[in-house]
Design a protein around this ligand. Sequence first.
Ligand SMILES: NC(=O)c1ccc[n+]([C@@H]2O[C@H](COP(=O)([O-])OP(=O)(O)OC[C@H]3O[C@@H](n4cnc5c(N)ncnc54)[C@H](O)[C@@H]3O)[C@@H](O)[C@H]2O)c1
Ligand SMILES: [Fe+2]
Length: 382
Amino acid sequence: MQVSVFKSANKLITGEGALASLAHELSRLNIKAPAIITDKGVSQSGALSHVTNVLNCECPIVIDDIPPEPEISVIEQRLARLKQHKVDGIIAVGGGSAIDSAKVLAATFDYTGNIADLFGENLVAGRALPLIAIPTTAGTGSEVTNIAILADPIAHVKKGIVSDHLLPDVAIVTPEMTLSCPKHITAASGVDAFVHALEAYLSVNASPITDALASKAMTLIFHSLPVAYANGHDVKAREDMATGSLMAGLAFGNAGVGAVHALAYPLGGRFHLSHGMSNAVMLPHVMRWNIGACQQRFIDVAGFLHLPVANKSQLEIANQVVDAIEALCRKVEIPATLRDFDISEDAIPLLAEEASKVTRLLRNNPRVLSKQDIVQIYTEAF
Ligand SMILES: NC(=O)c1ccc[n+]([C@@H]2O[C@H](COP(=O)([O-])OP(=O)(O)OC[C@H]3O[C@@H](n4cnc5c(N)ncnc54)[C@H](O)[C@@H]3O)[C@@H](O)[C@H]2O)c1
Ligand SMILES: [Fe+2]
């Protein structure tokens, strides 16, 4: 077995009622003047009040205008605003957009350079403020990963800041925070979580530890996402999604994601598809491509999804897995093709050019992709 390192938030607190531990965690981390980083959707839905109701300090600073899929300039502006206050810790409350922003803000509170210079791996010098992450989607897994993704509007791409200094001190993952999550966000972020688990399971860096997390995450998400989508107030389905998303985050935070994410990135950067939507639309096409490189792994996945396999050939089972995943996306009403998002086929060469540069993720994929292969996969997605 090759050597592998397992990274996570320092402490995970999960389950219904987990928010009750927030006050204790703030004292433990010696946070007396926290800033809450969130967004308008989360504050207006009432989800934020679950957090403010259990805080043991008065009048925290609340920055509640993080937009979805934030750009670098958003972080620079919020950092300038945050620095006007005496803040000694950060609580991130939101989906991946708010949590990623909070991770960068906590790391850069005493940093005077350009945020753009931190894109890449291990370029963050340290973290200035302690950080507690409370996800409201299920989800990105950002509460346990060492990456923050920001859009670069000039280059039209989404880029990652990768550093262990971004790993939160505490992640509090609880279904009540996701009950108000709107249907289309439940669908997109839920499929994103499934892709995290699947790509981690197929990754060339998978380990027995990430396999255990990824396989359970796939079982939980595959069965609970349609239920949570149909009835957002089904607490059991929301709890299974929250747990599945967390486990998927732990899996991909260590094994990495692959070509689905690499081909999704340019769709977000160029055409502003949300992270979840862009992954969902590329998912079946990349997976059909991957089958040849790791058929046995697809057969394992058929077991995790409880698909019927009797009297089927190995190739039929692997194809059935991709069909089932495609059917999951249709159940939660995610459009099937790039054409549905008004993207022209003329964009394929540009998309392929940009995707082929996402080597940080392509190198995790079980099958090597040339630029011509990427062109073919995008063409199939139209
Ligand atoms: N750091 C990582 O490991 C990682 C992994 C995957 C994705 N991401 C990034 O995360 C971002 C996407 O995050 P996301 O899919 O969680 O969505 P999001 O954070 O962009 O939120 C989408 C919308 O849903 C609303 N919302 C979220 N939770 C809600 C709730 N409980 N009630 C009411 N409204 C709610 C928000 O207000 C927002 O308008 C992208 O920028 C993506 O690149 C990061
Ligand atoms: Fe993702």
